[in-house]
Design a protein around this ligand. Sequence first.
Ligand SMILES: Cc1cc2nc3c(=O)[nH]c(=O)nc-3n(C[C@H](O)[C@H](O)[C@H](O)COP(=O)(O)O)c2cc1C
Length: 323
Amino acid sequence: MTVKEGNRFLSHAGVQYPIICGAMYPCSNPELVAAVSESGGLGIVQPVSLVYAHAYDFRKGLQYIRKLTNKPIGLNLLVEKSAKRYEDRLKIWLDIALEEGVRFFITALGNPSWVIEKVRPLGGIVYHDVTNAKWAAKAVEAGVDGLICVNNRAGGHLGSESPEALLNDLKKYGLPLICAGGVGSKEHYAAMIALGYDGVQLGTRFIASKECTAHEDYKNAIIRAEEVDIVETVKISGVPVSIINTDYVKKMGLEASHVVTWMLHHPKLKHYMRIFYTVRSVFLLKKSNSKGSSYKDFYQAGKSVDGINSVLGAKEIIDSFVS
Ligand SMILES: Cc1cc2nc3c(=O)[nH]c(=O)nc-3n(C[C@H](O)[C@H](O)[C@H](O)COP(=O)(O)O)c2cc1C
């Protein structure tokens, strides 16, 4: 499947193929990010993953990736209003990334204006994760260069609209649109490019890759799972996340209790609840990722599991998509 003539994402990112390995906490280990970029796609660094899950000093982690590939990489910044310490940390990470030559950024969850102000004078590009037209309008107003369209098939925090509906709603902005969610095979990739997307962002497919350091149990769970095994839960972070319906998940249930739901919507409490959930999910996901079923089989994955049948190298995945 050939991509559109003059594909703006390719020139924005400076890469060969319109395939992004999306940021994944805790699965974005530096070797995976580097392998995707080295193979002609765009590997995205997830800073919390790099520093807390994989224990790198942020600058040294970027420099390590640079040793593995000199091709472009990107950085993910979750810019939601949060604890002051986290917001300060984000600003430091952004400065370091710019100093280390990163020029492609994917923001999510909040207002990306301050990132755009900082990176644009240096030739940087900012794409923003959106799940619907309301959030897209805000991102466009802030001045983003492109939109990552997170649909209802995505792994991690998912949207509520189909890839087709999102494309229809967002094409009026005339920005490059990247399909995030549900792309696990060459056929899915070809279908999304034929539909009119400028590129795809994959998560789940790259967890089941040789370079991803996620536990074998996690990779095998992805290979075994089919679309019907993917369920949504609010129990990890307070907002819907798609996961594999393992025995542990079945035992635990998918819904938050009434009290927790009330607290998550309370104007004064919801901020603290979100912080609590974020911190809790950082530990839970890190342990499931590194220990597999011997801890808790709690695996984030999207409906793209349907097209994933084996663990492949990042280059094999990308080559098979674009061949
Ligand atoms: C385990 C996991 C962790 C994720 N963590 C993040 C994250 O930290 N930041 C982010 O913007 N997106 C995150 N995502 C979303 C991915 O970047 C990507 O958009 C999504 O996985 C695409 O759907 P797919 O899994 O069907 O390919 C995560 C996805 C997964 C599966």
